[in-house]
Design a protein around this ligand. Sequence first.
Ligand SMILES: Nc1ncnc2c1ncn2[C@@H]1O[C@H](COP(=O)(O)OP(=O)(O)OP(=O)(O)O)[C@@H](O)[C@H]1O
Ligand SMILES: [Mg+2]
Length: 473
Amino acid sequence: MLWAALVMALVLLLNEFGYMNSREHLEQSNRLEQQRVALNNLRTAVIDAETLQRGYLISGDKRYLGPYQLAVSRIEPALDRARSFYVGSQQSLSEFATISRPISRRIAEMEVTVRMRQSGGGDVEWLKAFNTDAGQTYMDTARTGLDRLRQANDRALVVSKRALERNLLAARLVVLLVILLGAAAFYLLVRQSRRIDHIQEERRQLIQQERDQLDTEVRERTVQLSELTTHVMKVQEAERGRMAQELHDEMGALLTAAKLDTARIKSRLGQLGVDDEKITQRLQHLVESLNAGVAFKRQLIEELQPSSLTHLGLRATLENYAREFSERTEISVETDIEPVDLAPDAQLVVFRVMQEALTNISKYAQATHVRVMLHDKKDYALLQVLDDGVGFNVNQKVHASYGLSGMRHRLEAMHGSLRIVSAPGRGTRIEGSLPQARHRMAEPVRQEPPAAAGMEEGSPAMLQAGPAPATLG
Ligand SMILES: Nc1ncnc2c1ncn2[C@@H]1O[C@H](COP(=O)(O)OP(=O)(O)OP(=O)(O)O)[C@@H](O)[C@H]1O
Ligand SMILES: [Mg+2]
């Protein structure tokens, strides 16, 4: 960049210098041309005067006098004009004096002879004067001087024109140089720009490659994670099943044995005729505790693995669970369960989604009323759990919370989907959809907006017909 600026400055300087120099030489050439014209005029005027003087002297014809006087009168201004070109220095003035002096003398001599011829005095007088060599000498000196000055003028003119030509050539070379430099700079610029484009393209490709690689890695990891989650959930279900079985077999056997023993003790006491109120009360309390234990064991088993799904079906299982939840939490639960066509594993997913939704309601919602609905939507079954509780910001991520993401994973693993509609103060609506067995496809289900009936705008999420303020999923 710096060198380019320096070259430009140098070219500018050269150009400016060349222009000044050319102008100077042009002015000098013009001056020399004018000087040459002035010298020629002077020479012509002197020769004219001399010729006309001779004509008059020889012929005595007065018609020569007018033009002669005119020619003489031209000499003095021509001398002044020519002198004006030599006033620059003392040397050139003295050079010019070598012609001006003999010319002035020659004119004076011509005037004398013409006057003598006019006065009509004897021919001898003017003839004598005419024949003297003085006039001729003056004239020769003047002519020689004039020729010398003209030659000097010619030489100076040639020198000046050559200098002008040199300047023109230099200017041409400078222009050529500028064009060449411009072309070189343009070429370098194009090359540089192409190189930059090339580097940028390479970088872009590299970034794209890295991005693609990252995308592939993320996709692979997501698939791995999803598989892992599915596996963990299967293991969890299996573990729950094992625990439910253990509870059923071991705890069930223990509790049954204890209840049997209690009944035996009671009958034995009757046989022995023991009628102690305290013992009877204790036994009654023991039986009640054992019954409570059996009920709790059954509830635990149902929580861990809802056997009612196999025995009673999905509808009864959901209704039972909702009723038990309501009894346990004292939150009123309304159910609207339609028969749907779902495979056993899908039915378990529906149960687990409702279970987690109700658990969340009991933990966070502070709700007074809950609706659980399962509808047959032809292609898919739609589960909706709505509450009139405090709601929450669905866009806010909660750390170490796996309930909602677990719901989504379970549903998506079965080609279904999850939608959460909630906002602070507006209740919560959980919607899970699963393809029905007769329509089950490889593609995930696209869920239509749920059509809950006859609800007003601005009412809580559990009562809204359309989408609530914020949606997750
Ligand atoms: N019905 C609801 N009403 C109000 N807030 C809710 C409701 N359901 C979920 N939330 C909010 O969403 C958050 C995430 O719920 P999620 O079930 O994913 O996790 P969690 O219940 O906190 O933990 P985990 O289920 O893993 O034991 C909760 O912490 C709660 O703030
Ligand atoms: Mg939860």
